[in-house]
Design a protein around this ligand. Structure first.
Ligand code: NDP
Ligand code: MG
Length: 386
Protein backbone atom coordinates (compact mmCIF):
# COMPACT_ATOMS: atom_id res chain seq x y z
CA UNK A 1 0.00 0.00 0.00
CA UNK A 2 1.38 3.41 -0.85
CA UNK A 3 1.76 5.83 2.02
CA UNK A 4 -0.51 8.86 2.35
CA UNK A 5 1.54 11.96 1.49
CA UNK A 6 1.22 14.99 3.75
CA UNK A 7 2.85 18.42 4.09
CA UNK A 8 2.54 20.50 7.23
CA UNK A 9 2.83 24.24 6.82
CA UNK A 10 3.58 25.69 10.24
CA UNK A 11 4.63 22.36 11.76
CA UNK A 12 6.33 24.01 14.75
CA UNK A 13 3.15 25.77 15.86
CA UNK A 14 0.29 24.60 18.01
CA UNK A 15 -1.72 23.20 15.05
CA UNK A 16 1.42 21.75 13.47
CA UNK A 17 2.47 19.93 16.65
CA UNK A 18 -1.02 18.52 17.15
CA UNK A 19 -1.03 17.38 13.52
CA UNK A 20 2.24 15.50 14.02
CA UNK A 21 0.78 14.01 17.15
CA UNK A 22 -2.21 12.69 15.17
CA UNK A 23 0.16 11.35 12.50
CA UNK A 24 2.22 9.56 15.16
CA UNK A 25 -0.93 8.06 16.56
CA UNK A 26 -1.98 6.84 13.10
CA UNK A 27 1.30 5.00 12.62
CA UNK A 28 3.84 7.72 11.84
CA UNK A 29 6.29 6.75 9.10
CA UNK A 30 4.43 3.50 8.49
CA UNK A 31 1.31 5.39 7.46
CA UNK A 32 2.50 8.73 6.11
CA UNK A 33 5.15 10.12 3.84
CA UNK A 34 5.84 13.60 5.16
CA UNK A 35 6.71 15.62 2.06
CA UNK A 36 7.48 18.97 3.69
CA UNK A 37 7.53 20.72 7.04
CA UNK A 38 7.80 24.46 7.56
CA UNK A 39 8.42 26.74 10.52
CA UNK A 40 9.91 30.10 11.27
CA UNK A 41 11.81 30.81 14.49
CA UNK A 42 11.85 27.42 16.20
CA UNK A 43 14.67 25.83 14.20
CA UNK A 44 15.59 23.20 16.79
CA UNK A 45 12.03 21.85 16.83
CA UNK A 46 11.71 22.00 13.04
CA UNK A 47 14.91 19.96 12.62
CA UNK A 48 13.90 17.49 15.30
CA UNK A 49 10.45 16.99 13.70
CA UNK A 50 11.95 16.61 10.21
CA UNK A 51 14.37 13.90 11.40
CA UNK A 52 11.74 12.08 13.39
CA UNK A 53 9.26 11.77 10.52
CA UNK A 54 11.87 11.60 7.75
CA UNK A 55 10.53 14.68 5.95
CA UNK A 56 11.55 15.28 2.34
CA UNK A 57 11.98 19.03 2.78
CA UNK A 58 12.22 21.40 5.74
CA UNK A 59 12.00 25.16 5.39
CA UNK A 60 12.07 28.14 7.72
CA UNK A 61 10.39 31.40 6.74
CA UNK A 62 13.30 33.34 8.22
CA UNK A 63 16.15 33.68 5.71
CA UNK A 64 18.60 34.61 8.48
CA UNK A 65 18.17 31.16 10.06
CA UNK A 66 19.14 29.14 6.97
CA UNK A 67 22.63 28.19 8.17
CA UNK A 68 21.29 26.99 11.48
CA UNK A 69 18.67 24.77 9.87
CA UNK A 70 21.16 23.41 7.31
CA UNK A 71 23.64 22.54 10.07
CA UNK A 72 20.98 20.89 12.20
CA UNK A 73 19.95 18.66 9.30
CA UNK A 74 23.45 18.03 7.87
CA UNK A 75 23.89 14.39 6.83
CA UNK A 76 20.18 13.59 7.21
CA UNK A 77 19.44 13.72 3.49
CA UNK A 78 16.60 16.17 4.18
CA UNK A 79 16.51 19.11 1.79
CA UNK A 80 16.45 22.55 3.41
CA UNK A 81 15.32 26.02 2.44
CA UNK A 82 14.74 29.46 3.97
CA UNK A 83 12.69 32.57 3.31
CA UNK A 84 9.09 33.07 2.21
CA UNK A 85 9.89 31.62 -1.25
CA UNK A 86 11.14 28.43 0.36
CA UNK A 87 7.84 28.11 2.23
CA UNK A 88 5.98 28.43 -1.07
CA UNK A 89 8.38 25.87 -2.58
CA UNK A 90 7.65 23.47 0.29
CA UNK A 91 3.92 23.99 -0.23
CA UNK A 92 4.28 23.33 -3.97
CA UNK A 93 5.66 19.81 -3.53
CA UNK A 94 3.15 17.22 -4.72
CA UNK A 95 1.20 15.83 -1.78
CA UNK A 96 -2.19 14.29 -1.03
CA UNK A 97 -3.02 16.66 1.79
CA UNK A 98 -1.53 19.88 3.12
CA UNK A 99 -2.17 21.15 6.64
CA UNK A 100 -2.37 24.95 6.48
CA UNK A 101 -1.16 25.83 9.98
CA UNK A 102 0.82 29.01 9.46
CA UNK A 103 -0.50 31.96 11.47
CA UNK A 104 -1.71 35.14 9.78
CA UNK A 105 -1.82 36.28 6.18
CA UNK A 106 1.72 34.88 5.83
CA UNK A 107 -0.12 31.60 5.27
CA UNK A 108 -2.01 32.79 2.19
CA UNK A 109 0.64 32.45 -0.54
CA UNK A 110 1.88 29.02 0.64
CA UNK A 111 -1.67 27.67 1.05
CA UNK A 112 -2.60 28.88 -2.43
CA UNK A 113 0.52 27.16 -3.77
CA UNK A 114 -0.55 23.92 -2.09
CA UNK A 115 -4.08 24.29 -3.50
CA UNK A 116 -2.65 24.68 -6.98
CA UNK A 117 -1.02 21.24 -6.77
CA UNK A 118 -4.47 19.69 -6.35
CA UNK A 119 -3.81 18.62 -2.78
CA UNK A 120 -6.64 18.50 -0.27
CA UNK A 121 -6.32 21.53 2.01
CA UNK A 122 -6.84 21.00 5.73
CA UNK A 123 -7.42 24.61 6.64
CA UNK A 124 -6.54 25.93 10.08
CA UNK A 125 -5.28 29.25 8.71
CA UNK A 126 -8.58 31.13 8.73
CA UNK A 127 -6.85 34.24 7.39
CA UNK A 128 -6.85 32.65 3.89
CA UNK A 129 -10.64 32.86 3.82
CA UNK A 130 -10.96 36.11 5.72
CA UNK A 131 -8.53 37.92 3.42
CA UNK A 132 -9.08 36.27 0.06
CA UNK A 133 -12.62 34.90 0.50
CA UNK A 134 -14.17 33.67 -2.73
CA UNK A 135 -10.84 33.87 -4.56
CA UNK A 136 -9.36 31.35 -2.16
CA UNK A 137 -12.36 29.00 -2.37
CA UNK A 138 -12.15 29.25 -6.18
CA UNK A 139 -8.41 28.48 -6.16
CA UNK A 140 -8.95 25.29 -4.17
CA UNK A 141 -11.81 24.29 -6.48
CA UNK A 142 -9.65 24.90 -9.54
CA UNK A 143 -6.82 22.86 -8.07
CA UNK A 144 -9.26 19.98 -7.63
CA UNK A 145 -8.57 19.21 -3.96
CA UNK A 146 -11.06 19.26 -1.10
CA UNK A 147 -11.30 22.15 1.34
CA UNK A 148 -11.43 20.59 4.82
CA UNK A 149 -12.04 23.04 7.69
CA UNK A 150 -9.86 22.49 10.76
CA UNK A 151 -10.89 25.51 12.80
CA UNK A 152 -12.93 23.70 15.48
CA UNK A 153 -16.16 25.65 14.91
CA UNK A 154 -16.04 25.22 11.14
CA UNK A 155 -15.02 21.62 11.47
CA UNK A 156 -18.08 21.12 13.70
CA UNK A 157 -20.34 22.76 11.11
CA UNK A 158 -18.71 20.71 8.36
CA UNK A 159 -19.58 17.60 10.36
CA UNK A 160 -23.27 18.49 10.79
CA UNK A 161 -24.02 20.38 7.59
CA UNK A 162 -26.10 17.96 5.55
CA UNK A 163 -25.26 18.66 1.96
CA UNK A 164 -28.54 17.30 0.66
CA UNK A 165 -30.38 19.72 2.98
CA UNK A 166 -28.56 22.89 1.95
CA UNK A 167 -31.88 24.47 0.90
CA UNK A 168 -33.09 24.19 4.51
CA UNK A 169 -30.08 25.73 6.28
CA UNK A 170 -31.42 28.71 8.21
CA UNK A 171 -28.54 29.68 10.46
CA UNK A 172 -25.00 28.86 11.40
CA UNK A 173 -24.40 29.24 15.13
CA UNK A 174 -20.77 29.73 16.11
CA UNK A 175 -20.01 29.08 19.75
CA UNK A 176 -17.45 31.22 21.57
CA UNK A 177 -15.90 30.57 24.97
CA UNK A 178 -15.86 34.29 25.71
CA UNK A 179 -12.15 34.08 26.57
CA UNK A 180 -10.46 35.07 29.82
CA UNK A 181 -12.18 38.50 29.99
CA UNK A 182 -15.72 37.23 29.49
CA UNK A 183 -17.00 38.88 32.69
CA UNK A 184 -14.59 41.81 32.97
CA UNK A 185 -15.71 45.45 32.80
CA UNK A 186 -14.52 47.68 29.95
CA UNK A 187 -12.43 49.73 32.39
CA UNK A 188 -10.63 46.63 33.55
CA UNK A 189 -10.19 45.40 29.99
CA UNK A 190 -8.42 48.65 29.08
CA UNK A 191 -5.61 47.71 31.47
CA UNK A 192 -5.01 44.02 30.76
CA UNK A 193 -1.54 42.72 29.80
CA UNK A 194 -0.64 40.49 26.83
CA UNK A 195 0.19 37.71 29.29
CA UNK A 196 -3.27 37.69 30.89
CA UNK A 197 -4.91 37.98 27.44
CA UNK A 198 -3.00 34.91 26.25
CA UNK A 199 -4.38 32.67 29.00
CA UNK A 200 -7.29 30.91 27.32
CA UNK A 201 -9.67 29.17 29.76
CA UNK A 202 -10.34 26.02 27.66
CA UNK A 203 -8.16 25.68 24.56
CA UNK A 204 -4.38 25.51 24.37
CA UNK A 205 -3.41 27.45 21.23
CA UNK A 206 -0.73 29.70 19.74
CA UNK A 207 -0.10 33.14 21.27
CA UNK A 208 -1.82 35.26 18.63
CA UNK A 209 -5.04 33.28 18.36
CA UNK A 210 -5.24 33.12 22.16
CA UNK A 211 -5.15 36.92 22.41
CA UNK A 212 -7.60 37.13 19.50
CA UNK A 213 -9.91 34.91 21.53
CA UNK A 214 -9.72 37.31 24.46
CA UNK A 215 -10.69 40.26 22.24
CA UNK A 216 -13.12 38.10 20.26
CA UNK A 217 -11.31 39.12 17.08
CA UNK A 218 -10.88 35.39 16.63
CA UNK A 219 -14.68 34.98 16.55
CA UNK A 220 -14.87 37.97 14.19
CA UNK A 221 -12.49 36.22 11.78
CA UNK A 222 -14.50 33.03 12.19
CA UNK A 223 -17.76 34.75 11.21
CA UNK A 224 -16.15 35.88 7.95
CA UNK A 225 -14.53 32.47 7.54
CA UNK A 226 -17.97 30.81 7.86
CA UNK A 227 -19.51 33.19 5.34
CA UNK A 228 -17.05 32.09 2.66
CA UNK A 229 -16.69 28.48 3.64
CA UNK A 230 -20.41 27.70 3.77
CA UNK A 231 -21.62 30.36 1.35
CA UNK A 232 -24.26 31.79 3.69
CA UNK A 233 -25.65 35.32 4.08
CA UNK A 234 -24.13 37.46 6.87
CA UNK A 235 -27.45 37.62 8.73
CA UNK A 236 -27.56 33.81 8.91
CA UNK A 237 -24.37 33.75 11.01
CA UNK A 238 -24.87 33.99 14.78
CA UNK A 239 -22.47 33.94 17.71
CA UNK A 240 -23.36 32.56 21.12
CA UNK A 241 -21.10 32.60 24.16
CA UNK A 242 -20.78 29.12 25.62
CA UNK A 243 -18.07 29.16 28.31
CA UNK A 244 -17.64 25.37 28.58
CA UNK A 245 -16.57 24.93 24.91
CA UNK A 246 -18.27 21.55 24.72
CA UNK A 247 -20.56 22.38 21.80
CA UNK A 248 -18.17 23.40 19.04
CA UNK A 249 -20.86 24.94 16.79
CA UNK A 250 -24.30 24.27 15.34
CA UNK A 251 -26.42 24.42 12.22
CA UNK A 252 -30.11 25.44 12.48
CA UNK A 253 -32.53 24.18 9.84
CA UNK A 254 -35.89 25.52 8.62
CA UNK A 255 -37.80 22.75 10.44
CA UNK A 256 -36.53 24.05 13.78
CA UNK A 257 -33.94 21.29 14.20
CA UNK A 258 -30.50 22.27 15.40
CA UNK A 259 -27.58 19.89 14.81
CA UNK A 260 -24.49 20.30 16.96
CA UNK A 261 -21.09 18.67 17.25
CA UNK A 262 -19.80 18.15 20.79
CA UNK A 263 -16.48 17.00 22.17
CA UNK A 264 -13.66 17.80 24.56
CA UNK A 265 -11.79 20.98 23.56
CA UNK A 266 -8.91 19.23 21.77
CA UNK A 267 -7.84 20.30 18.28
CA UNK A 268 -6.77 16.76 17.47
CA UNK A 269 -10.43 15.83 16.86
CA UNK A 270 -10.84 18.46 14.14
CA UNK A 271 -7.37 17.74 12.71
CA UNK A 272 -8.06 14.00 12.68
CA UNK A 273 -11.46 14.50 11.05
CA UNK A 274 -9.81 16.48 8.24
CA UNK A 275 -6.92 14.05 7.78
CA UNK A 276 -9.21 11.02 7.85
CA UNK A 277 -11.99 12.51 5.74
CA UNK A 278 -14.31 10.97 4.62
CA UNK A 279 -13.66 8.21 7.21
CA UNK A 280 -13.67 8.91 10.94
CA UNK A 281 -10.55 7.69 12.67
CA UNK A 282 -9.80 6.61 16.22
CA UNK A 283 -8.13 9.21 18.46
CA UNK A 284 -6.86 9.18 22.05
CA UNK A 285 -8.73 12.32 23.08
CA UNK A 286 -10.69 12.75 26.28
CA UNK A 287 -14.25 11.43 26.06
CA UNK A 288 -17.14 13.58 27.26
CA UNK A 289 -18.64 12.38 30.50
CA UNK A 290 -22.16 13.79 30.47
CA UNK A 291 -22.77 12.99 34.12
CA UNK A 292 -19.81 15.20 35.00
CA UNK A 293 -20.89 18.09 32.75
CA UNK A 294 -22.78 19.93 35.47
CA UNK A 295 -24.33 22.44 33.08
CA UNK A 296 -23.89 24.01 29.71
CA UNK A 297 -24.36 27.78 29.69
CA UNK A 298 -25.18 30.12 26.84
CA UNK A 299 -25.46 33.87 26.62
CA UNK A 300 -25.51 36.58 24.01
CA UNK A 301 -22.15 38.27 23.39
CA UNK A 302 -21.73 41.83 24.67
CA UNK A 303 -21.04 44.05 21.70
CA UNK A 304 -20.01 47.00 23.89
CA UNK A 305 -17.10 45.12 25.40
CA UNK A 306 -16.35 43.07 22.28
CA UNK A 307 -16.61 45.49 19.33
CA UNK A 308 -14.78 43.00 17.07
CA UNK A 309 -18.05 41.17 16.42
CA UNK A 310 -19.80 44.26 15.07
CA UNK A 311 -16.75 45.00 12.93
CA UNK A 312 -16.97 41.53 11.41
CA UNK A 313 -20.64 42.03 10.63
CA UNK A 314 -19.83 45.34 9.01
CA UNK A 315 -17.07 43.70 6.96
CA UNK A 316 -19.40 40.93 5.77
CA UNK A 317 -22.13 43.37 4.81
CA UNK A 318 -19.79 45.85 3.12
CA UNK A 319 -17.73 43.34 1.15
CA UNK A 320 -15.14 45.14 -0.97
CA UNK A 321 -12.19 43.56 0.81
CA UNK A 322 -13.24 44.77 4.25
CA UNK A 323 -12.49 41.30 5.63
CA UNK A 324 -8.93 41.52 4.36
CA UNK A 325 -8.58 45.06 5.74
CA UNK A 326 -10.01 44.02 9.11
CA UNK A 327 -7.52 41.17 9.39
CA UNK A 328 -4.45 43.09 8.19
CA UNK A 329 -5.12 46.05 10.49
CA UNK A 330 -5.82 43.60 13.31
CA UNK A 331 -2.49 41.80 12.75
CA UNK A 332 -0.61 45.10 13.14
CA UNK A 333 -2.68 46.15 16.16
CA UNK A 334 -2.18 42.74 17.76
CA UNK A 335 1.59 42.92 17.31
CA UNK A 336 1.55 46.39 18.86
CA UNK A 337 -0.47 45.11 21.81
CA UNK A 338 1.93 42.17 22.29
CA UNK A 339 4.82 44.67 22.26
CA UNK A 340 2.89 46.71 24.87
CA UNK A 341 2.75 49.77 22.63
CA UNK A 342 -1.04 50.03 22.70
CA UNK A 343 -3.77 48.93 25.08
CA UNK A 344 -6.13 46.00 24.64
CA UNK A 345 -9.14 48.10 23.61
CA UNK A 346 -7.09 50.22 21.22
CA UNK A 347 -6.92 47.24 18.86
CA UNK A 348 -10.58 47.50 17.83
CA UNK A 349 -10.38 51.29 17.49
CA UNK A 350 -7.45 51.00 15.08
CA UNK A 351 -9.16 48.29 13.03
CA UNK A 352 -12.39 50.27 12.81
CA UNK A 353 -10.59 53.43 11.69
CA UNK A 354 -8.63 51.63 8.97
CA UNK A 355 -11.77 49.81 7.75
CA UNK A 356 -13.64 53.12 7.47
CA UNK A 357 -10.75 54.85 5.72
CA UNK A 358 -10.52 52.07 3.17
CA UNK A 359 -14.25 51.57 2.65
CA UNK A 360 -15.33 51.56 -0.98
CA UNK A 361 -12.23 49.83 -2.30
CA UNK A 362 -12.92 47.81 -5.45
CA UNK A 363 -13.69 44.14 -4.95
CA UNK A 364 -10.56 41.98 -5.43
CA UNK A 365 -10.33 40.42 -8.86
CA UNK A 366 -6.99 38.74 -8.21
CA UNK A 367 -4.80 37.66 -5.33
CA UNK A 368 -2.51 40.60 -6.17
CA UNK A 369 -5.39 42.92 -5.25
CA UNK A 370 -5.60 41.14 -1.89
CA UNK A 371 -1.89 41.63 -1.21
CA UNK A 372 -2.15 45.30 -2.23
CA UNK A 373 -5.06 45.91 0.16
CA UNK A 374 -3.17 44.03 2.86
CA UNK A 375 -0.09 46.28 2.50
CA UNK A 376 -2.16 49.43 2.48
CA UNK A 377 -4.17 48.40 5.56
CA UNK A 378 -0.95 47.52 7.39
CA UNK A 379 0.63 50.84 6.47
CA UNK A 380 -2.40 52.74 7.76
CA UNK A 381 -2.62 50.68 10.94
CA UNK A 382 1.10 51.20 11.59
CA UNK A 383 0.63 54.95 11.26
CA UNK A 384 -2.02 54.80 13.98
CA UNK A 385 0.08 52.62 16.23
CA UNK A 386 2.73 55.38 16.03
P1 NDP B 1 1.32 29.23 16.28
O1 NDP B 1 1.77 30.61 16.50
O2 NDP B 1 1.37 28.25 17.39
O3 NDP B 1 2.13 28.60 15.04
C1 NDP B 1 2.28 29.30 13.84
C2 NDP B 1 3.18 28.54 12.88
O4 NDP B 1 3.48 29.40 11.76
C3 NDP B 1 4.53 28.16 13.46
O5 NDP B 1 4.99 27.01 12.80
C4 NDP B 1 5.39 29.36 13.12
O6 NDP B 1 6.79 29.07 13.13
C5 NDP B 1 4.89 29.67 11.73
N1 NDP B 1 5.04 31.06 11.32
C6 NDP B 1 4.92 32.17 12.10
N2 NDP B 1 5.08 33.27 11.35
C7 NDP B 1 5.32 32.85 10.08
C8 NDP B 1 5.59 33.51 8.85
N3 NDP B 1 5.65 34.86 8.77
N4 NDP B 1 5.79 32.77 7.74
C9 NDP B 1 5.74 31.41 7.81
N5 NDP B 1 5.51 30.74 8.93
C10 NDP B 1 5.29 31.44 10.06
O7 NDP B 1 -0.15 29.33 15.68
P2 NDP B 1 -1.34 28.30 15.80
O8 NDP B 1 -0.88 26.92 15.50
O9 NDP B 1 -2.09 28.55 17.04
O10 NDP B 1 -2.30 28.79 14.62
C11 NDP B 1 -2.04 28.52 13.26
C12 NDP B 1 -3.26 28.91 12.43
O11 NDP B 1 -4.33 28.05 12.80
C13 NDP B 1 -3.76 30.33 12.69
O12 NDP B 1 -4.28 30.84 11.50
C14 NDP B 1 -4.86 30.14 13.71
O13 NDP B 1 -5.84 31.15 13.64
C15 NDP B 1 -5.44 28.81 13.25
N6 NDP B 1 -6.11 28.05 14.32
C16 NDP B 1 -5.41 27.61 15.40
C17 NDP B 1 -6.02 26.91 16.42
C18 NDP B 1 -5.24 26.38 17.58
O14 NDP B 1 -5.79 25.61 18.38
N7 NDP B 1 -3.99 26.71 17.75
C19 NDP B 1 -7.47 26.63 16.37
C20 NDP B 1 -8.11 27.09 15.17
C21 NDP B 1 -7.45 27.78 14.19
P3 NDP B 1 7.69 29.15 14.50
O15 NDP B 1 6.82 28.68 15.63
O16 NDP B 1 8.80 28.18 14.19
O17 NDP B 1 8.14 30.55 14.64
MG1 MG C 1 -11.92 28.38 16.22
Amino acid sequence: MSLRRISILGSTGSIGRSTLDVIDHLGGRDAFEVRALTGMGNIALLAEQAKRVGAGFAATADPARYGELKDALAGSGIETGAGPEAIVEAASRATDIAMAGIVGIAGLAPTLAAAKTGADIALANKECLVSAGALFVEAVKEGGGKLLPVDSEHNAIFQVLQNDQRHAVERIILTASGGPFRSMSRDEMAKVTPKSAAAHPNWSMGLKISIDSASMFNKALEMIEAQHLFDVAPEAIEVIVHPQSVIHSMVGYTDGSVLAQLGAPDMRTAIGYAIGHPRRISLPVERLDFAKLAKLEFHAPDSERFPALALARRAMERGHMQGCILNSAKEIALEAFIAERIGFLDMADIVEAVMDEMAGLDEASSIEDVFAADSEARRRALERVG
